[in-house]
Design a protein around this ligand. Structure first.
Ligand SMILES: *[C@@H]1O[C@H](CO)[C@@H](O)[C@H](O)[C@H]1NC(C)=O
Ligand SMILES: *[C@@H]1O[C@H](CO)[C@@H](O)[C@H](O)[C@H]1NC(C)=O
Length: 118
């Protein structure tokens, strides 16, 4: 009984540590999803893959929020290397787990007010 509880606790912790989902800024409140891209790269045995994603907004709009979901639920990581929230562009660096592919579902959000302004 105790062992089961311990196991459940450990697996819950592992689940949350390794779900490398990434959210910055505001992606929920009065925002519009302006770009949704699925980034996919195959695994290379024994290697970590490093890839970049660049997005630039048309016009002078500013990014309000960014969400990146690791659809493989792997130990991949993702960082912003340039731009981001408050900028009109973002450059992101993704690194896969060794020997696994990369699969990120990336959403870029802009404030509603800004989106509907002409
Ligand atoms: C979203 O961004 C990607 C990467 O910059 C681009 O290839 C794609 O065309 C964009 N999609 C839309 C609907 O703007
Ligand atoms: C993101 O930054 C963290 C901390 O600096 C680093 O450990 C990780 O490897 C970086 N990931 C990528 C994809 O650059």
């Amino acid at each position: 009984m105790k062992l089961t509880t311990l196991f459940l606790t450990i697996s819950t912790v592992l689940c949350c540590v390794y779900a490398s989902n990434f959210v910055v800024g505001n992606v929920a409140n009065r925002v519009v999803l302006v770009n949704h891209t699925l980034i996919e790269y195959n695994a290379i045995p024994f290697m970590k893959r490093v890839k970049y994603y660049f997005y630039s907004l048309p016009g002078i709009r500013k990014i309000e929020g960014i969400q990146a979901l690791d659809t493989l639920h792997s130990k991949a990581s993702i960082n912003i290397t340039a731009g981001g929230v408050g900028h009109s562009f973002v450059n992101m660096r993704m690194k896969s787990e060794r020997g696994r592919g990369l699969s990120y579902d990336i959403g870029i959000y802009v404030a509603q007010d800004e989106f509907y302004r002409t």
